[in-house]
Design a protein around this ligand. Structure first.
Ligand code: CMC
Length: 427
């Protein structure tokens, strides 16, 4: 590609530099567009806009490729652990065994939460959605850890990042325990990150809890699959919130709020609810017809993606993991057969083929999480635990980026032009 993009507006010719990354499409640097032409660009949903430079994650949506710091997601999911991936995303390189040990111990040491937070939980209704609780309690961490909210101090940034990664499973398990009326369990730091989370969620103080190694491995892999996904809606929200200088706990709370939506992290919950509504494979054609009907707002949940126009590589791993969990737990949820059949029918349907709609990470995750024992309302919370790694890594990258500015998009104003106020009795 040329090193400049030429553009003409109202008879004026302007040129903009073209920037190349290490791989992927070039980008046109339009930072001087407004100064030179008095015009803005219009790009709702940022479908053609690169909002930052990043070294963390690369996606080739046409080829179905996802790399973290250059490593393919399939290799990471098969061979590494969530702690390794967290280290990789935060530090840029895979850890050696000593580094991994130190990092895991550091995270482990931060798993407890301030005792006063338990009181904070008790302010919620028992039937509160756990994502509602997470929005509140993660934001509230800002009020508990004042010694790690100075974003100009690199050491405080790292401590806040470690605290967030470490405390998310504890808070998530507390949100679950609160909803089922069971006592909170303190972390047991002799367990792995994921084993500890499973125990805090499913254990009770009255009995010892045995972590099932197959479930622990599957859960760890699910965390890896959700760890980061470049500039998705919640990550962009974290970056935007952080661009004003807000503290990291507040920024991650903003990310959680964005993740909650059914078009983003809430899709795993919506996908399982949809499979339950479909029930048996005979009813699939009816739902495919609804998804294709322009007058029906229904969409196949867990299908389609803004970036992937091919099979989501995370869905491939997820589908395999379903069988592993079923074998380990000796269960066989008929909804998995429904999901497989739905995928097969949709992938052979012209509508889905033409629009390049494939299963995404959320299509199979609900079946696994349900088999493990999580209620659907917890699915997005699990996504939030894992994505916290990506959020804090992206937030740290943003803070240290010399090009970083407060995020402040412009608009195309289509409202009334200036008019004169009339007192109410004259209207
Ligand atoms: N079922 C039926 N039609 C669909 C679907 C679907 N799941 N997804 C997209 N389409 C159609 C859509 O109606 C549109 O048709 P047309 O061009 O005729 O108007 C076309 O495909 C393009 O869709 P879009 O909404 O313009 O694409 P987008 O990039 O803005 O949306 C998406 C991406 C993920 C929001 C969308 O595919 C969707 O709503 N999927 C279901 C929800 C879901 O599974 N979300 C999880 C995403 S992966 C996890 C994550 O990153 O959080």
């Amino acid at each position: 590609m040329s090193d400049a993009a030429k553009f003409s507006l109202s008879g004026k010719d302007v040129e903009f530099p073209v920037m190349s990354g290490s791989v992927g499409p070039d980008v046109v640097d339009i930072r001087k567009l407004y100064a030179q032409t008095d015009a803005f660009t219009y790009d709702p949903g940022f479908t053609s806009t690169a909002s930052c430079q990043s070294k963390l994650t690369y996606i080739d949506g046409d080829e179905g490729v996802l790399l973290h710091r250059g490593y393919p997601i399939g290799e990471l999911a098969e061979q590494s652990s969530f702690m390794e991936v967290a280290y990789l995303l935060l530090n840029g390189e895979l850890p050696g065994s000593a580094e991994l040990g130190t990092f895991s111990r550091t995270i482990t040491r931060h798993t407890m939460v301030h005792e006063q937070l338990a009181t904070f939980f008790r302010g919620f209704r028992r039937d509160a959605h756990p994502m509602a609780i997470m929005c509140g309690v993660v934001g509230a961490l800002s009020a508990f850890y004042h010694d790690s909210t100075d974003i100009r101090d690199p050491e405080q940034r790292i401590i806040a990042s470690h605290r967030l990664i470490a405390k998310m499973p504890t808070l998530a398990a507390m949100a679950y325990k609160y909803s089922v009326g069971q006592p909170f369990l303190y972390p047991d730091n002799s367990l792995s990150y994921t084993g500890n989370f499973l125990r805090m969620t499913f254990g009770v103080p009255a009995e010892p809890y045995e972590v099932n190694p197959a479930v622990e491995k599957a859960m760890d892999r699910i965390f890896i699959l959700h760890a980061d996904h470049e500039q998705n809606a919640s990550t962009s929200t974290v970056r935007l919130a952080g661009s004003s200088g807000a503290n990291p706990f507040a920024c991650i709370a903003a990310g959680i709020a964005c993740l909650w939506g059914p078009a983003h992290g809430g899709a795993n919950e919506a996908a399982l609810n949809m499979l339950r509504e479909i029930g048996t494979p005979e009813r699939i054609p009816e739902f495919i017809a609804r998804a294709k009907d322009k007058n029906d707002p229904f969409r196949l949940m867990g299908f389609g993606h803004r970036v992937y126009k091919n099979y989501d590589p995370r869905a491939t791993v997820m589908q395999k993991t379903v069988r592993e969990v079923f074998d380990a737990l000796k269960v066989n949820d008929p909804l998995f057969e429904t999901a497989l059949r739905l995928e097969e029918l949709a992938l052979n349907d012209d509508y889905f083929v033409e629009k390049k709609l494939f299963p995404n990470v959320d299509f199979y995750s609900g079946v696994i999480l349900s088999a493990i024992g999580f209620p659907t309302s917890m699915f997005t919370v699990l996504f939030a635990i894992a994505r916290t790694v990506g959020w804090v890594a992206q937030w740290n990258e943003m803070i240290t980026d010399p090009d970083q500015k407060i995020g402040r998009p412009r608009q195309l104003y289509t409202g009334p032009t200036q008019r004169t106020y009339l007192p109410v009795e004259q209207r």
